[in-house]
Design a binder for this molecule. Structure first.
Ligand code: TYM
Length: 357
């Protein structure tokens, strides 16, 4: 494939802390796998991090640690454009322009907004989860518990990240699919409103498989930083083993071929991501004939996770210590990312009628 014909892949991770297994299996591992065959662009979403964690003392450190984790996991600046979102100011301008074509209703109905807005307001999911009830909650919220407008327009910013590079393939975990659907909708809407063919419609990118949702170890739900149930790439072996051994289980299968409860299904999901099919089969068979010992399953799981994370963890600190290298990677990445971003923005301004005297 010639250089120009390679399809454009783009994805990013928010700068909100260290990377966990959800980020790794949902995103980073896929980034590394596609580097040779696509025009790859991977960034650190520091502006998106501001929607929930505006902490000036932490932000730059978080950007640096994710950059080091990207590189330690195998992202190669010779193959991929690696950059920091805020180093591309064209993104902020396009965010303003695209917002003129986005409805507040569609943003308010986004699952991630509902979830994060309720967290910001300190309320759980009420019995009445209708859009109307949610609207009342937001509008009626007292001013000292604010849901910031950046959280509402999060999907616009994410769409801009993708559309400004005209990316068509976006490797993400399952939780981001609704944002991708909105991105396609915004692209279509812009193209048809102005009668142009500016933006391609991006799709998720999973090599034929389905996007994954990596579960936590606490029995239910996904692994996530705000859930406090994460295994991090940088976890030391001792701490990691301890976390896995403490994973929630049940009393064990009481009869052959019993249905699998959620906490155990989650352990199997993790085992499938980290172990060989033979090992998974061995434990599934043991569950089916009631001979399974959860302690053994957890030990196996911890060692298989460590086999993946240890080589990454061992590289992270060396990379983090080399500030000059880190700076050179993102400088070059920003230059490349800005080139295409500036071209798209200029087309967009022209289409929208913004002209210079
Ligand atoms: P973020 O930072 O929440 O997550 C980064 C990536 O990790 C995936 N992920 C998971 N996948 C499976 N199971 C889990 N438990 C799990 N937890 C996290 C996410 O799906 C994601 O792929 N909005 C994005 C960042 C972003 C972006 C973009 C992505 C900003 N602009 C443009 C792609 C394209 C986010 O919040 O990721």
């Amino acid at each position: 494939m010639s250089e120009q014909k390679k399809e454009i892949v783009l994805s990013g991770i928010r700068a909100t802390g260290n990377l966990h297994l959800g980020n790794y299996f949902g995103a980073l591992r896929k980034f590394v796998q596609v580097q040779d065959d696509y025009d790859c662009n991977f960034f650190i979403a520091d502006l998106h991090a501001l929607t929930t964690n505006p902490d000036p003392t932490q932000l730059h450190q978080n950007v640096k640690s994710i950059l080091a984790e990207y590189l330690a996991a195998g992202l190669d600046p010779e193959k991929s454009t690696i950059f920091v979102q805020s180093d591309v100011p064209e993104i902020a301008e396009m965010y303003l322009l695209l917002n003129m074509h986005v409805g507040i209703g569609e943003l308010m109905r986004t699952a991630s907004f509902k979830d994060k807005a309720r967290k910001a307001l300190g309320i759980g999911t009420p019995a009445d989860d209708s859009d109307e009830a949610f609207e009342k909650e937001i509008i009626g919220a007292s001013t000292n518990k604010r849901v910031n407008a950046g959280l509402l327009t999060y999907p616009t910013l994410m769409a801009v990240d993708i559309l400004i590079q005209k990316a068509t393939k976006v490797p993400v975990g399952k939780d981001q699919l609704q944002h991708l659907e909105l991105t396609r909708r915004f692209a279509r809407r812009f193209n048809s409103f102005y009668g142009v063919d500016l933006f391609p419609e991006p799709t998720d990118f999973d090599f034929g498989g389905a996007p994954v949702k990596v579960p936590g170890l606490d029995g239910s739900g996904k692994m996530g930083k705000s859930e406090g149930n994460c295994i991090y790439l940088i976890d030391e072996p001792k701490a990691l083993r301890k976390k896995v051994m403490r994973a929630v289980t049940d009393e064990g299968p009481q009869a052959p071929n019993s249905p699998v409860s959620e906490p155990i299904a989650n352990l199997f999901t993790l085992l499938e991501l980290t172990s060989t099919p033979e090992v998974v089969k061995q434990y599934r068979d043991a569950y089916a004939d009631c001979s399974i010992r959860y302690g053994d399953l957890k030990k196996q799981l911890a060692e298989d996770i460590l086999a993946i994370t240890t080589p990454i963890r061992e590289r992270i600190n060396d990379i983090l210590a080399d500030e000059t290298y880190l700076a050179s990677v993102v400088k070059r990445g920003a230059e490349r990312a800005r080139e295409r971003a500036a071209a798209t923005l200029s087309e967009m301004r022209h289409i929208m009628g913004i002209r210079k005297f």
